[in-house]
Design a protein around this ligand. Structure first.
Ligand SMILES: Nc1nc2c(c(=O)[nH]1)N[C@H]1C(S)=C(S)[C@@H](COP(=O)(O)O)O[C@H]1N2
Ligand SMILES: [Mo]
Length: 402
């Protein structure tokens, strides 16, 4: 006991009597949520790796759909974690009102670790979803904070699982309709620990309204609907029911959505200038005029464009092979290559290619059989398989062999 507190809570202190809330229910929701958090974390790290690959382990170029799948899983698991987390919090929030609020130093630390987990998870998931909507109503840089918070979430989640292991084992071991009612046991019954092991099932609660199984079914249905109406942004055949799919390929020119237009990037004039040329730097520098570029644009490839925000769509590309351009400048398949955009500002106005992607990348002039539109990167853009969309720089001006 930290302080000498009154034995009983104040008279207006909330009391929770719902027989729906139980360790069995919480553990089942928690298991699915834990799997989602795990998948979201791992795929998020893969995405981070796309931005900052190690030079000794460059990103692969095959299978061409790899990033499409990992990033689709990242955004989908993150999105469904929002309703799952809300149900999970609903199932345990009466614990906030246990009396006394803390019973020991250990108990206080446990509560603090949960506060960190809940707060970081809520911020991580909400800002992640708002990022998908391209809305940034906060003053910090999204990407580094999103990554840092991911470590906080996963660290405090692992701690939480370790602390709650006895409850998790108990909760998953009893049928969901049976088992203790989480909130009926007064805190003061177990002053030493929040997680008590001696769960003694009280007499089964009288059935009223929805059952615990009903809560699980409703949650599962809701999550299923979110998945079905969202994955249309990466699984194109499901697009017609993609109510929550933020970007849809039919809504962009040439069947591909656009994240940033030429006007937003302030490149329209530069990209349309008749003097446009591609400057290639390296041991043997040279320039390609627009006519040269179009003459050399004879290579075709099909691979998806996959945005970090989760949308992706298969596409057919035609262009010059980056490797040919690099070789003519004196480089080869092992070169590190910098591809630069006309875009004056912004962190995505240049992109680095090395490893297997050098041999697979195209400097594309055509998309799905037609000349690139200005918003898709006219006159020339980078595109490589298994590469985050944001790294496929548009409106090229130069290639540098490093
Ligand atoms: N120069 C430049 N290239 C860019 C961007 C940008 O903002 N500037 N956006 C990127 C992002 S986030 C994506 S997903 C793809 C989208 O390509 P699209 O607009 O042709 O679909 O372009 C990438 N290329
Ligand atoms: Mo993107």
């Amino acid at each position: 006991m930290l302080l000498k507190l009154p034995q009983d809570p104040p008279p207006l202190w909330p009391r929770f009597r719902s027989p729906l809330r139980s360790t069995a229910l919480t553990a089942r929701i928690g298991r699915v949520l834990g799997i989602c958090f795990g998948l979201c974390f791992v795929t998020g790290m893969l995405s981070h790796y796309q931005y900052h690959p190690w030079s000794w382990l460059p990103e692969p170029a095959v299978p061409v759909w790899l990033y499409r799948v990992t990033q689709g899983v990242h955004v989908t698991t993150g999105t469904i974690s929002i309703p799952l987390l809300l149900v999970k919090l609903w199932s345990v929030y009466p614990n906030l009102f246990r009396w006394p609020l803390v019973t020991s130093v250990k108990n206080a630390l446990e509560r603090l670790s949960i506060a960190v987990l809940v707060a970081s998870a809520l911020v991580e998931l909400t800002t992640g979803y708002l990022n998908v909507l391209n809305w940034y109503p906060w003053p910090w840089d999204f990407v580094p904070v999103h990554r840092f918070l991911a470590y906080v979430v996963i660290g405090s989640l692992l701690l939480h699982i370790a602390i709650k292991l006895p409850d998790i084992k108990y909760g998953l071991g009893v049928p969901v309709a049976k088992g203790d009612v989480l909130t009926e046991k007064p805190w003061s019954d177990n002053p030493d620990s929040w997680s008590n092991n001696d769960h003694e099932p009280p007499p089964p609660p009288a059935p009223t309204g929805i059952s615990r199984r009903g809560v699980l079914i409703a949650t599962g249905t809701g999550v299923g609907l979110v998945v079905a109406t969202q994955v249309g942004q990466s699984i194109t055949p499901l697009e017609p029911i993609g109510l929550l799919a933020v970007r849809q390929h039919q809504k962009g020119p040439l069947g591909v959505p656009i994240n940033r237009t030429a006007d937003q990037a302030a490149v329209r004039e530069l990209a349309l200038a008749p003097t446009w040329a591609l400057r290639v730097e390296g041991p043997q520098p040279y320039e390609l005029s627009l006519a040269d570029v179009l003459n050399m644009s004879v290579h075709e490839a099909s691979f998806p464009i996959s945005c970090v925000e989760g949308w992706s769509v298969g596409a057919h590309w035609q262009g010059l092979r980056l490797l040919d351009v690099v070789r003519r400048a004196g480089g080869d398949a092992d070169s590190h290559v910098e591809v630069r955009s006309l875009e004056p500002k912004g962190s995505y106005n240049r992109s680095f290619v090395h490893g297997p992607q050098v041999s697979h990348a195209l400097l594309a002039t055509h998309l799905n059989g037609e000349r690139l539109t200005i918003d898709h990167g006219y006159p020339l853009r980078l595109i490589a398989p298994d590469r985050a969309g944001v790294l496929n720089t548009k409106w090229l001006t130069g290639v540098r062999v490093l």
